[in-house]
Design a protein around this ligand. Structure first.
Ligand code: DND
Length: 399
């Protein structure tokens, strides 16, 4: 089997990418092309990047109508800097050693090839399919790389493609200036960018209203947790079977009148600062929390509606996963009482994103520091906890 790989940041994917993939498919008689959005493009570490899930979704939308184009999330799901060599090794393992891989890349990417991790190994693992880009002279760039890696000579295939001066950065710039990106990206991608508010100029985003400091409210919440028995130290067996040095029952805090008030006061500034238009979370733990935020916002005059995410889709009625007055396409904050592995938060995030919402903030009252917070941040979400567990098993205020 002959498989083309088109790796890229895809922020956003555009017609330049789709055309080189299509040309590689036909000119190199490939069976299919796999688009692989990068997780952490380490050579672009100084650039702000849209969340991996957004970039992945845009590529899915762009390629959905072509049965020979697929999308892989292996790089978005892999932690640490993204190295192509790791991806190629994994694809060889997954697809079988007999698969012939063609890594498709533009000349600008080839110019940087010597800076990549283990270029020699990459040359062993795949062939290169090189498409021309404006401003880059084929021969100079190739000669330079051949000088460094003579073995590249037998691995290079050129793909003739119309030269298009189009790039992710130019599309981001146009979108941020409110200029049209129509026809530069597929229609579904354009709609997604608009709906999610990607690349929008910062000053068009909702402004934070009054910002009260979060730390003192979080400290009062911690004190109240101890006073109400919501937080207890000792030796406990948790539902997972593991033992722990503390026990936290968020319900004893969020259903306590003072606790609910403090939760609203602590979360509201964070939610406003992120420009969220609604706040939701996974039932049951988040139910009183989102209500507390909605109430606090109403008291300050700019009611932020709440919504609840069911564990499973309702069998009757509209079969909906989300309850409440959430408007599809809104900017939302997702909250929960605790974050352990992040599963419930990710479920609620997926539900909101399924309605075209963009998740601009994720908050937990307590981060147990068992990987969930790191996973959320790795996926590009802006995660904040009010309190977190220390390595010694104590709880401290971190907001
Ligand atoms: P880019 O960030 O340049 O992708 O990344 C290209 C690939 O290189 C990804 O798979 C990276 O993981 C890999 N890489 C980069 C750096 C280091 C390492 C690996 C490492 O292993 O250490 P873009 O989203 O900017 O573009 C995607 C591809 O499409 C590129 O090959 C680019 O040249 C090409 N392209 C065009 N080709 C023709 N006409 C146009 C193009 N716009 C983009 N208008």
């Amino acid at each position: 089997m002959r498989v083309g790989i088109l790796g890229g940041t895809f922020d956003p994917v555009h017609v330049g990418h789709l055309i080189i993939a299509e040309e590689a498919l036909s000119q190199l008689a490939l069976d299919r092309v796999l688009f692989i959005p990068t997780g952490q493009p380490w050579l672009k570490a100084d650039q702000a990047l849209s969340a991996g899930e957004h970039r992945l979704k845009m590529v899915e939308l762009a390629t959905a109508s072509n049965p020979k184009m697929d999308v892989s999330r292996i790089e978005v799901d892999r932690s640490g800097p993204t190295y192509t060599v790791d991806t190629l090794e994994q694809l060889k393992r997954d697809l079988g050693q007999d698969v012939q891989l063609y890594f498709i890349l533009g000349l600008d990417a080839l110019e940087q090839f010597h800076r990549w991790e283990q270029p020699e190994r990459i040359i062993e693992l795949c062939e290169l399919a090189i498409a021309s880009r404006p401003g880059f002279q084929n021969s100079r760039i190739l000669d330079e790389q051949l000088g460094r890696y003579p073995k590249l000579g037998s691995k290079v295939n050129f793909v003739a493609a119309p030269i298009m001066d189009i790039s992710g950065s130019s599309i981001r710039l146009r979108a941020s200036e409110g200029r049209s990106i129509k026809y530069r990206v597929p229609e579904a991608v354009e709609r997604y960018i608009n709906r999610q508010g990607l690349y929008r100029p910062v000053d068009s985003l909702p402004k934070p209203v009054s910002l009260s400091p979060v730390g003192p409210s979080a400290q009062r919440l911690l004190n109240l947790s101890l006073a109400r028995g919501a937080l207890k130290y000792g030796e406990f067996t948790l539902s997972s079977g593991k033992t722990g040095s503390y026990y936290f029952d968020g319900r004893l805090l969020s259903l306590d009148p003072e606790g609910a008030m403090l939760i609203g006061q602590a979360l509201l500034p964070l939610i406003r600062q992120a420009g969220a238009q609604a706040v939701g979370g996974p039932t049951l733990a988040a139910d009183p929390i989102v209500t507390a935020v909605a109430l606090a916002s109403q008291e300050e005059g700019d009611g932020i509606p709440a919504f609840i995410v069911r564990k499973e889709t309702k069998e009757h009625g509209l079969g909906q996963l989300i309850e409440g007055p959430l408007v599809g396409g809104s900017r939302v904050a997702i909250v929960d009482d605790t974050c352990t592995t992040g599963g419930s938060l990710l479920h609620a995030i997926a539900a909101a994103e399924g309605l075209g919402c963009s998740v601009v903030k994720v908050i937990a009252l307590l981060d147990r520091r068992e990987g969930g917070g790191d996973e959320l941040r790795r996926r590009g979400y802006d995660f904040t906890a009010l309190m977190a567990a220390t390595p010694e098993g104590k709880i401290e205020v971190v907001a």
